[in-house]
Design a protein around this ligand. Structure first.
Ligand code: BES
Ligand code: MN
Ligand code: ZN
Length: 486
């Protein structure tokens, strides 16, 4: 989709015009000039008030030609934030795509960098769908090709486009099933993205993994016919970086549970267990284009958790790269085992901060619902920065505690240094505590448990059913903030 800031007059364009209005306010309708009165009357017949997430289509016959206006509600002006615009723009483009609109003009009042960016993000995210495997494309939908934003801030538009396209790229990867994306092909995709964008990328195969002492990742991956991979992407700015950080993702291309096999209902959608790794690839793709003054390491272990004859077992005791031993209580708590090695590896890169994203626990979904990710941190300030950004990006994060000493005891039982499951209660917390054991002292760390919002059973707002690309925008925003100091 092409998106441009443009100054246009409503009488001069032939294509549909989308107008954003606040609740009980006709302020932005002024833009309609000669059409205003008619549009307002038709809106009142529809009882359209400009409430959040409401949309009304008004068609007028002008000199024998049909003019279409999509009027979208923003809710109360004093409560509208960036995400209000993002959601409204998505509502608009979802509808416009359904009606096969190719060119759309938008008016949303005075626009600054952030609002322009949010509108473009919403427009592009809202246009997403995953239909490559439909032999007959749904006839009812078209594809929006050009978008013009009245008074838009071109830099904000460009930034929003990079952000949303990276998120959509991540969604595409998440939505690919396990017969298409396995550890080998996921690593190849990372390599291809790196090549396209001039990033460094090193892929370690199963032999390297064992030689580097990553017995944890190896153990999880070895029950599958497709061996695991370990991927390290690097973005380096030109000149002295202001900071060095790592983003780490959980990359289970499929999670059957292993020998502690899942039942059918729970195994369904487990192709999404690679969402953290897919987010890492999307983040690196965006950063390569935005070129912040921050060095960023994108890291993931890719594995398939399967119950083959060579699978790891309950009772196994294995040694992670940092030397700590793990006793396996449950082979379905595999994500934290793979992350043990990924976090150990990331700790050796000389980075000051690590963010990890993982579809780690069903318990986190029980705690927070499926639309909010759990945030855990060993550094209050770092956590607070991400929480603040999440309120802008609309990627909901909520902090959960790591300071419960008695709960921590539950993963210290058994015959190794750690047990890979702390039982049912506080399952998201004990999983995060387990991860903390592999982050080297002195490194600031945030863990995002994205089990809920990484994948949706139903569409809403700017999300389609399936992979969401959750985490991409918040992480990219964070890096840009480190770079720009805003
Ligand atoms: N990948 C799952 C977590 C998950 C569940 C993500 C549902 C998205 C939706 C993870 O590997 C897992 O199986 N976790 C277990 C841990 C338990 C065995 C300690 C869980 O949450 O039940
Ligand atoms: Mn599992
Ligand atoms: Zn899993």
């Amino acid at each position: 989709m092409e998106v441009k800031a443009l100054s246009f007059k409503v009488e001069e364009v032939k294509d549909p015009v989308g107008i954003f209005v606040f609740e009980d306010s006709t302020e932005n309708l002024q833009f309609l000039e000669g059409f205003r009165e008619q549009v307002e009357r038709l809106l009142s017949v529809e009882n359209f008030k400009g409430k959040e997430e409401s949309l009304s289509k008004v068609s007028l016959l002008v000199d024998g030609e049909v003019r279409v206006f999509y009027v979208v509600g923003l809710g109360k002006k004093e409560r509208a934030g960036e995400d209000t615009y993002r959601t409204a723009a998505a509502l608009l483009t979802k509808r416009a795509n359904k009606e096969k609109v190719k060119r759309l003009y938008l008016y949303a009042g005075e626009l600054d960098f952030r609002t322009s960016k949010a509108i473009v993000e919403g427009a592009i995210l809202g246009s997403y769908r995953f239909d490559k495997y439909k032999t007959k494309k749904e006839e009812a939908t078209g594809e929006l090709e050009e978008l013009y934003l009245q008074g838009g801030h071109q830099e904000g538009i460009d930034r929003g486009k990079v952000m949303a396209e990276a998120q959509n790229f991540t969604r595409d990867l998440v939505n690919e099933p396990g017969n298409v994306i396995n550890p080998i092909t996921l690593a190849e995709i990372a390599q291809r993205v790196a090549q396209e964008h001039g990033l460094e990328c090193k892929v370690y195969d199963e032999k390297d993994i064992q030689e580097m002492g990553m017995q944890a990742l190896w153990s999880v991956g070895k029950g599958s016919a497709t061996p695991p991979r370990f991927v390290h992407m690097v973005y380096k700015p030109q000149g002295e970086p202001k900071a060095k950080i790592a983003v780490v993702g959980k990359g289970l291309t499929f999670d059957s549970g292993g020998l502690n096999i899942k039942t059918g209902d729970y195994m369904r959608t487990m192709k999404m267990d690679k969402s953290g790794a897919c987010a890492v690839i999307g983040i690196m793709k965006a950063l390569a284009q935005l070129k912040p003054m921050v060095e960023v390491h994108g890291i993931f272990g890719a594995a398939e958790n399967m119950p083959g004859g060579t699978a790891y077992r309950p009772d196994d005791i294995i040694r992670a790269m940092n030397g700590k031993t793990i006793e396996i209580d449950n082979t379905d708590a595999e994500g934290r085992v793979t992350l043990a090695d990924a976090l150990s590896y990331a700790s050796n890169l000389g980075v000051s901060r690590i963010i990890d994203m993982a579809t780690l626990t069903g318990a986190c979904m029980v705690a927070l619902g499926e639309y909010t990710a759990g945030l855990f941190t060993n550094d209050e300030e770092f956590g607070e920065e991400l929480l603040k950004l999440s309120r802008l990006t609309g990627e909901r994060l909520w902090k959960l505690p790591l300071d419960d000493k008695r709960l921590r005891e539950k993963i210290k039982k058994g015959e190794g240094d750690l047990l890979n499951s702390g039982g049912r209660y506080g399952g998201a917390i004990t999983a995060a505590m387990f991860l903390e054991e592999f982050v080297e002292e002195g490194i600031k760390w945030v863990h995002l448990d994205i089990a809920g919002p990484a994948h949706l059973r139903e569409e809403f707002s700017y999300y389609a059913k399936g992979g969401t690309g959750f985490g991409v925008r918040t992480c990219v925003e964070y890096v840009m903030k480190l770079s720009e100091g805003t």
